[in-house]
Design a protein around this ligand. Structure first.
Ligand SMILES: Nc1nc2c(ncn2[C@@H]2O[C@H](COP(=O)(O)OP(=O)(O)OP(=O)(O)O)[C@@H](O)[C@H]2O)c(=O)[nH]1
Ligand SMILES: C[S@@+](CC[C@H](N)C(=O)[O-])C[C@H]1O[C@@H](n2cnc3c(N)ncnc32)[C@H](O)[C@@H]1O
Ligand code: SF4
Ligand code: SF4
Length: 361
């Protein structure tokens, strides 16, 4: 079993300028992370072109992944020692993990009041939604970029559209709402589908969020011009709906929410979110801390530094020592987009080596 590497600095030596006595996951820019995102696996059964290459990636070996016990321990450290207040399980595709329901049940047993959410592509969710609900999962976000099976197959490089719909319906029936749907619009491929997707979600009471594509694709094919911007999404939706800013406090959430009304009668139909990571970044209010599937802290989605916790978890280290190392990692969190300034895709931005699937989106 891997132990702490000789090259790892001793706990306490990574962030010498971090003031003693700070209780949680503070960083140098005054932010405090309370929202934990934990990747359960780097594997996936889809190959969305904005995330994975067609041929997949070299997957981590099973014993490289945090085990269910290690996951429960690390979440416990986050919640009990570091002020984590909400948890999101993600990947890769978390449903690929055979022990997902057991992991959720074990987390729920330890943390009766912790909001535990799942981000998933929903392939296979129909068979597991009820069990996930019984195990204590709070809610679910599902990625769905189009309502056309052919476009789905082109974007995700797998013909699983019907399985995704079945998964969403099962999650809804199991009471895993409020269901949020995440859509990345790609120019010339599915951008015209935006208004139909919104109408479909509004009819079913799902909250749709459009996400600006970020340079986190394994193919490194992202270009700023190719990306569909938040402004373009608003314009596209305004052809069919009336959007007005939602007055609720955003509270560090990536999605800017809009109330959606019918153009004819002005009736309130629901809300839509737009996650404008590139053109309208929200890093100043970021509350996130990420742990990759192999137990590394990534303080920012775009971090170039990763700080290993797995070695400590597999050594004789105490929970307090693991917590201290996590705090050090977060103290070093960059201001934005892995840099000391915002500017995704511009101004010295260097795309991380890992793709979104391998980081844990
Ligand atoms: N810039 C940035 N974008 C992120 C980050 N985390 C997630 N996103 C983007 O936000 C999208 C939605 O993420 P979700 O996993 O659904 O989570 P969420 O929007 O935080 O979740 P809710 O609490 O349900 O609103 C992802 O697909 C990413 O594109 C982050 O840390 N930084
Ligand atoms: C990496 S996936 C992991 C969870 C699950 N497989 C899924 O697709 O929901 C999480 C989210 O990241 C988003 N995502 C992936 N690559 C992205 C990119 N390059 N830019 C923006 N969002 C991306 C997906 O749309 C999805 O909503
Ligand atoms: S976005 Fe999610 S479903 Fe699509 S390839 Fe990436 S990890 Fe898989
Ligand atoms: S890019 Fe980094 S700093 Fe900005 S919101 Fe995402 S994780 Fe937070």
């Amino acid at each position: 079993m891997p132990q702490v590497r000789a090259s790892d600095p001793p706990v306490g030596a990574l962030a010498a300028d971090r003031p003693a006595g700070l209780p949680g996951l503070e960083d140098r820019y005054g932010r405090v992370a309370t929202d934990m995102r934990l990747s359960l696996t780097d594997k996936c059964n889809l190959r969305c072109s904005y995330c994975m290459p067609a041929e997949g990636l070299p997957w981590l070996a099973k014993d490289a992944l945090l085990s269910a016990e290690e996951i429960v321990r690390v979440v416990g450290i986050g919640v009990h020692l570091l002020g984590v207040r909400e948890l999101r399980l993600t990947g890769g595709e978390p449903l690929v993990r055979a022990d997902l329901v057991d992991i959720v049940a074990a987390l729920r047993a330890e943390h009766p009041d912790l909001p535990i959410a799942l981000t998933t592509n929903a392939v296979g969710l129909d068979a597991r939604a009820a069990a996930l609900k019984s195990a204590g999962l709070t809610r679910i976000n599902v990625s769905l970029d189009t309502l056309h099976p052919e476009t789905f197959a082109r974007l995700a490089r797998r013909p699983f559209f019907d399985r995704v719909l079945a998964g969403i319906e099962a999650a809804d029936a199991a009471g895993l709402g409020p269901i949020k749907i995440n859509s990345v619009l790609m120019r010339g491929i599915n951008d015209a589908d935006g208004p139909d997707l919104l109408a479909w979600c509004l009819e079913r009471g799902y909250e749709l969020r459009f996400i600006e594509q970020m340079p986190l694709d394994a193919d490194h094919g992202w270009t700023r011009d190719g990306m569909v911007t938040a402004a373009e999404v608003r314009e596209l939706l305004s052809e069919r709906f009336h959007l007005s800013p939602d007055a609720r406090d955003r509270d560090g959430a990536p999605a800017e929410r809009f109330e959606v009304r019918g153009k004819d009668d002005g009736a309130l139909l629901g809300t839509v979110g737009i996650i404008a990571s590139v053109t309208e970044p929200f890093c100043a209010d970021c509350k996130r801390t990420r742990i990759t599937a192999e137990g590394k802290v990534m303080s920012c989605l775009f971090s170039h530094e990763e700080v290993d916790l797995r070695g400590l978890l597999r050594s004789e280290a105490s929970d307090e020592q693991v917590a201290r190392r996590w705090q050090e990692a977060m103290w070093l969190k960059p201001r934005a987009h892995g840099m000391d300034h915002t500017g995704l895709g511009a101004d010295g931005f260097v795309q991380p080596d890992r793709s979104m699937s391998a980081i844990g989106g």
